[in-house]
Design a protein around this ligand. Structure first.
Ligand SMILES: [Zn+2]
Length: 364
């Protein structure tokens, strides 16, 4: 049973309703936006109704309609950078003579993101034919690349990524795998459209420490941040020191715990966070959370992320030392660490991710 995925969660049994509602209330925004009793009743009623039709219902979409309609949909991080808010996949656009989008979100969301991006470009800079000129990819994961094919069909943008990401995205097997994961996500959110991930055009590699010129006054610095994946890079916009770290900084769960994501190498991941800490970042534009604003806040996020990373490693070490194998340790951590709701995916994907993490400690 794998009812939850990517911040959009589903119910597979009625008995889970109460748990789910309790967990939803962890979200500050939801608590603020709704009176608890009224909220419970509305949601439960709607969910029961949808279950009676045997249709899995995406509770977040329901929430969006019923509770969150009044939330801001986008904002300026500084005069050149726009964030399009989203609970799971916020988008970031750097505006200029050319417009840059950082990561694309999953395929299922791409048509909606296209509408939003184009609408916001029209509203903010008056582009009648809104353009994204370049897509910058932090890494090759399905939820960062999945929407790129659809969006490229609309904008015909160039794609810049690490050498490894560009190599991966040229491999038919990898393209197929990214598409498969996106199809799985679509299935879970009840999306029966034919949207898919496929080959990207205009792919070029950027190197660590390379500078991507945006205008005479600004540029993007490429930073090597392996550890989450071997293909991960981050982008730092100058001036302004706005960091787009991809998944290298970890993920913040709705209850504010930081979840480390060292899927390819524990030591690389820890070193990458350390190198991000040296950058004096003003804003950290996270791919699955709201941007973290202010040097002190960014620093404390990264320090907390580093600490949690070490804690998880120590736990894994202890469990391995007790004689458990990689799979047993992964399952044990899953039981302990993952409450009913997580941002990261259904059980099989979570277990797979945890296995990568346990293995990266095991192999260290
Ligand atoms: Zn990732």
């Amino acid at each position: 049973m794998s009812p939850y995925l990517g911040g959009n969660f589903f119910l597979s049994e009625r008995s889970e309703f109460k748990n789910l509602i309790d967990n939803l209330l962890i979200h500050r925004t939801i608590r603020r936006a709704t009176r608890e009793d009224k909220f419970r009743n509305t949601i439960l009623h709607q969910i029961c109704f949808d279950f009676s039709k045997n249709k899995p219902y995406n509770v977040f979409y329901l929430l969006k309609e019923k509770v969150m309609v009044k939330e801001k949909t986008y904002d300026f991080i500084d005069e050149r950078v726009v964030v399009i808010y989203d609970r799971t996949f916020p988008l970031y656009i750097i505006l200029g003579d050319k417009n840059y989008l950082i990561d694309s979100g999953p395929a299922a969301r791409a048509p909606e993101f296209f509408e939003k991006i184009s609408g916001i470009l029209y509203k903010t800079i008056g582009q009648k034919q809104p353009r994204i000129d370049t897509l910058l990819l932090t890494h090759s994961h399905w939820d960062h690349t999945g929407g790129a094919h659809f969006l490229q069909q609309q904008y015909d943008f160039d794609v810049l990524a690490s050498t490894r990401t560009t190599e991966l995205l040229k491999k038919p097997k990898v393209i197929q795998m990214i598409d498969q994961m996106n199809q799985g996500f679509k299935k879970l959110i009840g999306d029966d459209s034919d949207i898919c991930f496929s080959t990207l055009k205009h792919l070029s590699a950027v190197q660590p420490a390379e500078s991507i010129s945006i205008s005479s006054k600004s540029h993007i610095e490429v930073i090597d941040t392996p550890g989450h994946t071997r293909c991960s890079i981050a982008f730092l916009l100058h001036p302004g020191n706005i960091l787009f770290p991809g998944d290298a900084a970890g993920l913040m769960e709705p209850d504010s715990t930081i979840r480390p994501l060292f899927f390819s190498s524990y030591s690389d991941y820890e070193n990458s966070i350390r190198s991000l800490l040296e950058l004096e970042v003003e804003v950290m534009a996270l791919p699955h959370n709201k941007p973290v604003k202010g040097k002190a806040r960014v620093k404390s996020f990264l320090e907390a992320s580093l600490q949690k990373t070490r804690e998880v490693r120590n736990t894994i070490r202890e469990y391995l030392a007790d004689g458990r194998d990689v799979i047993q340790v992964s399952e044990l951590i899953y039981e302990q660490e993952f409450p009913n709701i997580s941002f990261m995916g259904p059980r099989d994907i979570l277990i797979m991710n945890l296995e990568s993490m346990v293995r990266s400690v095991y192999n260290a």
